[in-house]
Write a protein that binds this ligand. Structure first.
Ligand code: TRP
Length: 321
């Protein structure tokens, strides 16, 4: 049996190349040897977005963008989280097996509060909803970035506690943290993140990509100096290169005469070409709303079938008539 891999993506704005090289490309390639479950986590986004137009727009865009990038809605199960509301019912049940102390220790919650987010109950119980996403679909593996590791540990805690009381209901998911990749840096050499305003959008127009690339921070090395490769321009460019061209770029950095401006101009073209095929697919999807709606419905039907089965087992187990 193929392993079931589950992943959720919050629709928090334009997808950027940090999202792509951090997670999305792994999800896409996992489809050849695993059973991928992937959803747009719009219930989660409600903890931080309270604007109807923005939430709707972001959710649709995330769905279309992920399709365009290569999530296969036939092979995989790909849906909008709120189309399968069973997840909130399970979250309620699970919240009775989740200790308040455990939630209070969530570093992501503490970080968000210290960044100025108002601590509403949705934000507080975010990890329970996430546990519900994972457990509802009997996920074997959940690949996440380091920032989500603690959430996954909470999921395992909750599932183990529940199984201890009611028997083997939930699959205990394995956590898969990707250590192989260094963090993907943004144009200022910090981690690429929407909250730092240092991202390069995957599907931005030429001007916005050009603008961000031109703003990549460079040092003041002179024309005839050898250039430092441990810098954001080199690191970002490398994401798009296989070993051989990466070595060649390295050589150019080690040879006097390299002009950062030329490298930047090249990089703009490299980025646009790299996603050209996906961009075309995205344009086609945007022009065909019926098709997108059909694919949303397909995902909903597939996900709901499994969700209802699990939820029914759980309700029976705990004694909910
Ligand atoms: N919390 C995740 C993030 O912000 C998104 C998410 C929601 C998720 N539910 C999930 C990820 C379940 C993996 C599994 O990136």
């Amino acid at each position: 049996m193929k392993k079931r891999i589950l992943s959720g993506a919050q629709p928090s704005g334009q997808l950027h190349i940090g999202n792509y090289f951090g997670m999305i490309n792994r999800m896409i390639s996992s489809q050849s040897n695993a059973d991928l479950f992937c959803f747009v986590a719009n219930y989660h986004s409600l903890t931080s977005i309270s604007n109807k137009v923005k939430l709707e727009k972001n959710t649709k865009e995330a769905f279309v963008d992920l399709l365009a990038l290569g999530i296969d809605p036939i092979k995989s199960t790909f849906w909008i989280q709120s189309h399968v509301p069973e997840v909130t019912e399970l979250a309620w049940i699970l919240s009775n097996f989740s200790s308040v102390g455990l939630m209070q220790r969530s570093t992501s919650y503490k970080d968000k509060i210290s960044n100025g987010l108002k601590p509403n109950m949705g934000l507080f119980s975010y990890p329970i909803l996430m546990a519900s996403d994972i457990l509802l679909f009997n996920s074997d593996i959940v690949p996440v970035g380091k920032d989500q590791k603690q959430h996954l540990e909470m999921t395992r805690d909750i599932a183990i506690k529940f199984n201890n009381i009611f028997g083997d209901i939930f699959t205990i998911p394995e956590i898969e943290i990707d250590d192989s990749n260094d963090i993907i840096v943004g144009i200022d050499d910090q981690k690429m993140s929407k909250s730092y305003n240092n991202t390069i959008p995957i599907f931005g127009d030429h001007d916005s990509i050009n603008n961000q690339v031109m703003n990549i921070v460079t040092d003041s090395a002179g024309l005839n100096d050898i250039k430092d490769t441990n810098t954001p321009l080199f690191k970002i460019y490398s994401l798009f290169l296989d070993d051989k061209p990466k070595k060649e770029l390295h050589e150019r950095y080690n040879t006097p005469g390299l002009k950062y401006m030329e490298v930047k101009k090249e990089l703009v073209d490299v980025i646009i070409n790299y996603f050209a095929h996906q961009r075309k697919r995205r344009d086609e999807l945007i022009a065909n709303e019926d098709k997108v709606n059909d694919l949303m419905n397909l995902g909903k039907t597939k996900a709901q079938k499994i969700a209802r089965e699990t939820l029914s087992h759980v309700k029976q187990a705990v004694g909910l008539l």
